[in-house]
Design a protein around this ligand. Sequence first.
Ligand SMILES: [Zn+2]
Ligand SMILES: [Zn+2]
Length: 105
Amino acid sequence: MKEKGSAQFTCPGCGFDTFYRYGRSATGNQRYLCLACGRQFTADGGRPVHSARPSCPRCGKEMYLYKREEGLIRYRCSRYPECRTYQKMETTPCPTITPSPEECG
Ligand SMILES: [Zn+2]
Ligand SMILES: [Zn+2]
């Protein structure tokens, strides 16, 4: 039984496809809040983004977000429990630019 599946777009930030409705934008479009990364966006904001979501290294199917931790997103194969492949992806919302002193060694 599938009740979900209405989402025809993915989060532009992380590729996850489950959202909260989050009011409306100034132009009256539905706004959404991504459950995975907390990003706010509108459904008509542009093209669907697929690249952020990894594909299963074992069977090639796309992976769904399984768990979100601080600085880390865990994905699980969409074929679970047939394919029990997990993958973790580090999240870097604000990449810090730190000058790295090079040392010969
Ligand atoms: Zn997101
Ligand atoms: Zn798989």
